[in-house]
Design a protein around this ligand. Sequence first.
Ligand code: FES
Length: 299
Amino acid sequence: MKEKLPNPSDELPIFYGCDPEPNDLVEHFSHFVLAVSDLDRSEAWYRDVIGMDLLGRNLTAEGQPHSVLEMNTGQLFILVQQEAVDAARVNSHGVHHGFALTQNQFRRAMSRLEANGYTTGAEREEFIARGQYSVDVYDPDGHHYQIETMDEVQAHEPLFTGAGVIDCGPAMSFAIGEVRTFREGNFFLVRLDEGFLAPTRWCSHMNGMVIYQKEHWRFWCAMHTATYDRRGVPTCTTTRFPDLHPLRLHPVRIDDNGHVLVDSDRVIERTSYEEPNPPAPFPMREGGTQNPDLTPLPS
Ligand code: FES
């Protein structure tokens, strides 16, 4: 039996769930004007496939025949009849518009797309975070759209490779400030002045993949450009990340041979740099001792 789709009236419009900052220069755009070559055809497509509300024809001062639609955000989308439309310019494949929907809106959109004969697979999977769902569609003139939403659970659940405890080599081989990437366990090992940290490579925003940018001394997520310092603390201040947590940590210890061990099967959530897991102390040099308080890793 076909799943019953949720009622459209149950949700508020969203902008990634963020309220605009009071000092934002531009809060959101008010309307979007698009050239189309066949007004009837495009009006039907934006109404029936994308799901916009049709307000009417020729409602503005625009001289050309046009159609005014309303998006789920309340913003206007205006289609203007033109002789020729150049939707996809040479070398502009990445230029597109993105619609951010709630999960229920997204499910309804997928249903509409499928009913209209579209396949709903993501065309650019490498650009999508684990907790993000996205499809690419083209309007009748070839204008490119991304329709996306976020799954709360998948966006924030800890992800593991199953690699277990990884020997990262002698602690003494790391220079202060150095960051190494361990792909097998999908974490970084950071040598700080005060010890070692092993932040996961899964971004705290939506489980995108984070890389280390040595030239900026920071971690960076290509999905929506969140940034973190070498302690894994967020440094991005846009309204897209109002409550971004630090990168999650894997437990670290130094073994009797002075090797750094990281448990890639366990992860520690943090709300700040200090809480709840301070860095593992660096082993003392010749004749020194290690901190006896280190929690042993499970065997
Ligand atoms: S997943 Fe969104 S910024 Fe990383």
